[in-house]
Ligand binder design. Structure first.
Ligand SMILES: Cc1cc2nc3c(=O)[nH]c(=O)nc-3n(C[C@H](O)[C@H](O)[C@H](O)COP(=O)(O)OP(=O)(O)OC[C@H]3O[C@@H](n4cnc5c(N)ncnc54)[C@H](O)[C@@H]3O)c2cc1C
Length: 494
């Protein structure tokens, strides 16, 4: 008989949060701070969702999605988490781009980027300033149909090299392509340009540990190894209303008493919005119009990673913190996600990432599509992972000659890995494309008490976006629960 992961779970909560990604954790924390009774459930054996890490022999710790986020994280962490967390956010000063069109080293903020565009790319300063001004004025609610490709052509006609410098980092940061609405690019690029790229010093394990402590201090109940099977509803005044969830503790042999029902006034799903509707609630609870829109929501692309652990005692030179590399002659959104892409970003974690450890790790990230990975036989799957590892090593050796001899751990992850650990459809790294936001926001109009706080395109994904979306959602949930409590006691809402 294994551990009972459901031990201590009570029969009723104000709100159940499904999933412990940054959106789920932040939502749960705010609701707990508001004084609501919160249960957060995570099916994985670790909290954090995609903000996660793993350990390997040789004292290696690898971060999975700690590559870089905008400065806005400082404010969000201070306001919605703790000063201690906010104070651990540090700038990554060395961002590099190395490809057949250019070799650039930058702090990736407006001032330095303008300098590069003017001095190295020989653009007129007014042209560059005009582009920034235009981006700043872009508004999600304007019905601007222009694509990123059209935007680039308008400001920098025919300059494929400039287009590449502008889009490549953002394509890694939110999966956006040249043919999507320019706003999907503009907001994220502007966010980074404000002050540059930042990271959490101490590593993801430390960050999530601090968040869990804070949640517990605020009175939330957190359970890992618990899968939410179903979101329960009942008809109230002709509209479905959330009544709770059916949950299952992870066990080796699926013991029947390891399933229970928990009642709640509201549910916040941090799982993918499409999965939430189709797998957890059931399509029959939604209107045809809503489902038509949901069925048109595109899942964002996925990614592969190669994790490289440098032996204890070895050092490597500073080649930059984030090194965007590619052998592709020009930028292409298709090449970026191709199974045989030559475009990869190296994130180099120097000892400052985890002060006191003296350790270095390197993670190569490549964008990818599940369709290329899902039907491979076991043998083919292993071969492709070996190929990824070897190609990444060969590429890294160009910047750190002899690095192969310094590495004592190598491992590859694929869209299948992401799907396995998070249950995200197609192993998506950034949830859905931008149109998923509408389906996500409209959930409570379809089912009373049902909310979503997970990655949906443009600004509501990535570390900062998903955290901020958790804030927006928790405010709505708070209002509903306060109103329900007031109705139950007959007291007016304060
Ligand atoms: C390789 C990689 C690199 C990235 N790099 C960056 C980066 O450098 N900067 C950046 O800002 N962003 C990056 N991202 C994206 C960023 O990590 C995510 O956008 C963000 O962490 C997602 O948070 P979320 O709140 O949407 O939830 P997620 O992290 O997606 O978590 C959802 C959680 O829900 C759980 N769950 C799902 N279904 C159930 C269920 N039925 N029952 C219980 N639990 C369930 C999952 O297990 C998961 O823990 C990267 C992502 C990947 C994959």
């Amino acid at each position: 008989m294994g551990k009972n992961w459901l031990e201590g779970v009570e029969e009723e909560y104000d709100v159940v949060v499904i999933g412990s990604g940054l959106g789920g954790l932040t939502s749960a924390n705010i609701l707990a701070k508001c004084g609501h009774k919160v249960l957060l459930l995570e099916h994985h054996y670790q909290f954090g969702g995609l903000a996660t890490w793993f350990k390997r022999p040789g004292k290696h710790i690898f971060d999975i999605s700690l590559h870089g986020f905008p400065h806005g994280m400082v404010k969000s962490c201070r306001k919605y988490w703790t000063k201690e967390i906010a104070d651990s956010i540090h700038q990554l000063k060395d961002v590099r781009f190395i490809n057949p069109q250019f070799d650039v080293w930058t702090t990736f903020d407006r001032q330095d980027f303008t300098r590069i565009l003017v001095e190295d790319f020989k653009l007129e300063r007014e042209q560059v300033e005009g582009f920034y001004t235009h981006l700043r004025q872009m508004n999600f609610y304007d019905d601007d149909k222009r694509t990123t490709r059209e935007l680039f052509e308008e400001f920098f006609p025919g300059r494929k090299d400039v287009h590449r410098l502008l889009l490549e980092p953002i394509a890694y940061a939110n999966g956006s392509t040249l043919d999507e609405p320019a706003i999907t690019y503009g907001i994220v690029f502007s966010n980074f340009m404000s002050k540059g790229v930042f990271t959490f010093q101490g590593g993801t394990d430390v960050l999530i540990g601090k968040m869990v402590e804070e949640l517990e201090r605020n009175g939330a109940t957190l359970k890992k190894n618990v899968l939410v099977r179903q979101i329960l509803t009942e008809e109230v005044d002709g509209k479905p209303q959330v009544t709770g969830v059916v949950i299952e503790g992870r066990t080796r042999d699926s013991e029947p008493d390891n399933v229970m029902t928990v009642r709640s006034k509201a549910v916040v799903s941090n799982a993918n919005v499409v999965t939430t509707v189709k797998k957890m609630v059931g399509e029959e609870k939604f209107s045809k119009e809503y489902l038509d829109e949901l069925n048109a929501v595109r899942i964002n692309s996925s990614s592969c990673q190669v994790y490289m652990g440098i032996k204890e005692g070895e050092t490597i030179p500073n080649i930059g913190d984030l090194v965007f590399t590619s052998d592709a002659p020009v930028f292409s959104s298709e090449e970026l996600v191709d199974l045989h892409t030559t475009s990869r970003t190296f994130s180099v974690y120097y000892p400052e990432t985890r002060p006191g450890t003296g350790r270095y790790t390197v993670v190569a990230s490549l964008n990818a599509k599940m369709v290329d990975w899902e039907n491979l036989s076991d043998e083919e799957y292993e071969q492709h992972k070996e190929r990824l590892i070897e190609e990444s090593l060969v590429s890294l050796e160009k910047y750190i000659p002899g690095v192969r001899e310094k590495i004592d751990h190598l491992e590859a992850a694929t869209p299948r890995t992401i799907n396995h650990y998070t249950r995200h459809p197609e192993g998506t790294s950034f949830g859905t494309k931008f149109e998923g936001l509408k389906s996500s926001m409209e959930l409570p109009e379809q089912v009373t008490g049902l909310y979503h706080a997970g990655s949906v395109g443009i600004i509501m994904s990535g570390w900062l976006g998903s955290m901020n979306y958790g804030v927006i959602t928790s405010n709505k949930v708070d209002k509903q629960i306060v109103a329900m409590k007031a109705a139950a006691t007959g007291k007016p809402v304060a």
